[in-house]
Design a binder for this molecule. Structure first.
Ligand SMILES: [Cu+2]
Length: 130
């Protein structure tokens, strides 16, 4: 009992020394992308979040459809980023930096998919101050 208690105290001390108060959280917005699931099918594209804080966004894309789909992000001031093709029944992850707050579009630009409705909106908002 006495031994395990001092072990616990020692390991707590190690954790406290290794992680100065607040630093882990303060670094987070820069280093940790915001994960967003994105479902694709004929002919819809559905992000599982409406808005994300500005910064890196990790899109976890899954193609539930029969066709190959891709993903293109368009945003303010002509921002365009082109992501991967995603085969039927498979997935891809793609990290894209969305630095400027505003309304972005997620699109599939293969064949006539965009015309058929493969677009969705994603809002990028100012990250909260810590
Ligand atoms: Cu498509």
């Amino acid at each position: 009992m006495r031994l395990s208690r001092s072990l616990l105290a020692a390991s707590l001390l190690v954790v406290m020394l290794a992680v100065p108060a607040g630093s882990a959280l303060a670094i987070r917005p820069e280093t940790q992308p915001t994960a967003v699931g994105v479902a694709q099918r004929e002919f819809h594209i559905t992000p599982y979040r409406r808005s994300v804080p500005a910064g890196a966004v990790k899109l976890n894309i899954r193609n539930y459809g029969e066709d190959v789909h891709n993903i293109v992000v368009r945003g303010p001031r002509g921002f365009t980023a082109v992501g991967p093709n995603v085969d039927s029944g498979s997935g891809a992850t793609w990290t894209v930096k969305l630095r400027r707050p505003g309304t972005y579009s997620l699109l599939c630009t293969r064949a006539n998919h965009l015309k058929l409705g493969m677009k969705a909106k994603l809002k990028v908002v100012k990250p909260k101050k810590k």
